[in-house]
Write a protein that binds this ligand. Structure first.
Ligand code: ZN
Length: 148
C-alpha cells in the first residue's frame, strides 16, 4: 500500500528474528523476552536516558507498516503488548506504561510497537531516544531481564 523502503531493503529486525547478521542489527538473541510462531518481543537497544528500558514487539514476518499488517497479527501483538505492560508495571512499579508505534517516516522500515514505562518524577523527552553505550546497555539489559 504505502512503502518507504528502498529497493532490496535488508530489514534489520527480520535479520534479528532469523538470527542472521546484517547491517543495523543492534540486538542480540538474549534480548528476546518472548517469541512464538508469529511475534517476537525483545528489549530495545535504544533507551531513553533515566528510563530503565523499553520493549519492542515485531511480527516475525516482514510488514512495513500498520497499513499492511494483517489484523490477526495486530491482535497478537496487542495481546503481547498488554502482557509486557503488566509485567513492567508489576516489576518496576512505574507510574504508567505507554505504547508507541510509527508508520512513516521511521528509521527501520518495518512495523513495530514500543512499550515503555514512565515515572512522574522523571521528565522524559519522548522524541529523543538515545543509543546508550554498549557496555551500559548490556548492564541495563541484564537488569531488565533479571526482573522480568
Ligand atoms: Zn522486517
Amino acid at each position: 500500500m504505502i512503502s518507504h523502503a528502498p529497493k532490496n531493503y535488508i530489514c534489520p529486525f527480520c535479520a534479528f528474528v532469523k538470527n542472521t547478521e546484517a547491517e543495523g542489527v543492534l540486538q542480540v538473541q538474549q534480548d528476546i523476552i518472548y517469541q512464538d510462531h508469529f511475534i517476537t518481543a525483545f528489549i530495545s537497544p535504544k533507551w531513553w536516558e533515566k528510563n530503565p528500558g523499553n520493549v519492542i514487539i515485531i511480527p516475525n514476518e516482514h510488514f512495513e507498516n500498520i497499513y499492511d499488517l494483517p489484523n490477526e497479527l495486530g491482535y497478537k501483538i496487542h495481546d503481547a503488548a498488554k502482557e509486557v505492560a503488566i509485567a513492567l508495571k508489576t516489576v518496576y512499579k512505574c507510574d504508567g506504561v505507554s505504547t508507541r508505534q510509527h508508520n512513516e517516516p521511521q528509521e527501520i522500515k518495518m512495523f513495530f510497537i514500543i512499550i515503555f514505562m514512565y515515572f512522574l518524577d522523571i521528565q522524559m523527552i519522548i522524541y529523543t531516544r538515545i543509543m546508550i553505550k554498549k557496555d551500559l546497555f548490556h548492564r541495563k539489559r541484564d537488569c531488565l531481564l533479571q526482573k522480568s
